[in-house]
Design a protein around this ligand. Structure first.
Ligand code: ADP
Ligand code: ASP
Ligand code: MG
Length: 445
């Protein structure tokens, strides 16, 4: 039995937390390969090491030195090593790290040093071998993970090692420079290691007792999801449930390796199991979870008889392609078509140019853009098994007095997406949660 365990930022926040992590690892001999994040926040208002490192990078750009922020990083790591009573020579490692950051002048290299340092410390604490992710996680020239090569190199590096700590969050690009995943990416690193060693389980240790039905910062004490499918996970994490990085399922899914979300503060709590659909146990719930994400723009195009106009969609899509703009959703009707786009992609005049070109290409009757739209995903395999789910959902939103700007019910019947104004995002999530989890939990049974 092999378990790969990834510990997030809160779990690595200080020496006391690291000791807790060590005792979790030592309590189960199957916990052989450990992936760690950089130390995160110790209390509200604290700054994550990764954020301090991005500040160092800004300072290096400005005046060539790591500056103030690196002093804070040194203090944190000195404190951790002292608290752990390790003989590990943290001073020389920190000095060398600062020199390398100043020489490399790369945001990714700088940000990666949090995971590098915490993995070195954790390996020393556990007495495990340290594996530098740079040597095993490789990206292709197009920036995508070179998965086969990565799995091969990781498996080769771990072969013959009973225990090891691997740094999370980064790897190396095709030019041999350090490259990070997007924020929260140590979850992906954990999944890579799990896949490489064909683990029986990928344990993802964090600061909540599992994947909850919605963000606990929005709803007080939401229900825990006991188990969910990879598909549900993908939909919810992509739509803002950032307890797990949305790309973490890809390495494990192909090998059917289950993921278990566990709480470092309460290790005996059950957590959430994420499983392939074939092993998924339908619990009778209509909705598994709800997640929301803000700051989208909806571009709405209307033209009578667009359905009969051959090549209409192609022309519009080629305009998006020309401006390198990708879209999240494309709800359409007989005479209407909308594109939901991350507003970040439309900054610096791109939106206006793009709309002008759409106007020229297809001469629509109406062309509008709505900004500040939040997307809310209500997700669950149970929705396809129950009649009237969307009616209940829209009713709940209407009763809360919230205007729906856009609807997209994916063809999978796994997901209903509604667009509301950013300012209504939290309220709409609460209304949907109330409807499906509080009011009538037995509906459909
Ligand atoms: P880590 O540092 O361990 O990777 P993260 O901060 O990335 O942890 O993720 C855990 C946090 O995700 C929780 O503290 C919680 O605030 C937030 N979160 C958002 N949505 C959910 C959800 N649906 N279930 C559980 N936690 C959620
Ligand atoms: N330390 C990185 C971040 O803060 C990666 C991670 O924690 O997963 O985003
Ligand atoms: Mg995380």
């Amino acid at each position: 039995m092999i378990k790969v365990c990834k510990f997030g930022g809160t779990s690595m926040a200080d020496g006391t937390m690291m000791k807790r992590v060590a005792s979790i690892i030592h309590s189960d001999d199957a916990r052989r390969y450990v992936v760690v994040s950089a130390p995160g926040k110790r209390y509200g208002g604290d700054v994550k090491i990764t954020d301090l490192l991005y500040r160092c990078y800004d300072s290096v750009k400005e005046n060539g030195t790591c500056g103030e922020a690196f002093e804070k990083i040194k203090e944190r790591f000195r404190g951790i090593v002292a608290e752990l009573g390790l003989s590990f020579d943290i001073e020389s490692v920190l000095e060398e790290t600062a020199r390398e950051i100043e020489a490399e002048k790369s945001a990714d290299f700088t940000a990666s040093r949090g995971e590098y340092l915490s993995a070195r410390v954790m390996a020393a604490l556990l007495g495990f071998d340290f594996i530098d992710a740079r040597d095993v996680v490789k990206f292709r020239p197009d920036g995508q993970l070179d998965d086969e090569r990565t799995f091969y190199l990781t498996a080769a590096a771990l072969k013959g090692k009973r225990y090891a700590v691997v740094s999370g969050f980064y790897g190396e690009d095709a030019d041999g420079r350090v490259k990070t995943f997007s924020r929260g990416g140590s979850d992906v690193s954990g999944a890579i290691v799990a896949r490489a060693v064909m683990a029986d389980l990928y344990e993802n240790w964090t600061d909540v007792s599992g994947f909850l039905a919605c963000d606990p910062r929005i709803v007080d004490n939401p229900e825990r999801i006991a188990s969910m499918s990879y598909k549900e996970l993908r939909e919810l994490s992509y739509m803002g449930a950032n307890v797990l990085h949305s790309e973490s399922i890809f390495p494990v899914r192909a090998a059917n390796i289950p993921i278990c979300i566990k709480n470092t503060f309460r290790p005996t709590d059950e957590g959430t199991m994420i499983l392939p659909i074939s092993k998924y146990n339908y619990t009778g719930k209509i909705v598994t979870g709800i997640a929301g994400k803000k700051n989208f723009t909806v571009i709405f195009i209307e033209k009578s008889l667009m359905n009969a106009e051959i090549g209409f969609a192609r022309k519009v899509l080629s305009v998006l392609e020309k401006y390198h703009v990708s879209f999240e959703h494309m709800p359409s009707g007989i005479d209407t078509m909308s594109f939901v786009i991350d507003s970040e992609e439309l900054k610096n005049g791109v939106k206006e140019q793009l709309m002008e070109e759409i106007r020229r290409e297809v001469s629509p009757d109406n062309l509008h853009a709505f900004d500040d739209v939040a997307l809310i995903a209500t997700v669950g395999h149970g929705m396809s098994k129950n009649v009237g789910t969307s009616a209940k959902l829209f009713d709940a939103i209407a009763r809360a007095g919230i205007n729906v700007r856009m609807i997209d019910q994916g063809s999978s019947e796994l997901n209903i997406i509604v667009g509301v104004d950013n300012e209504n995002c939290e309220r709409a999530i609460r209304a949907i949660y109330e409807e499906f989890f509080k009011k009538d939990a037995s509906f459909g049974l």
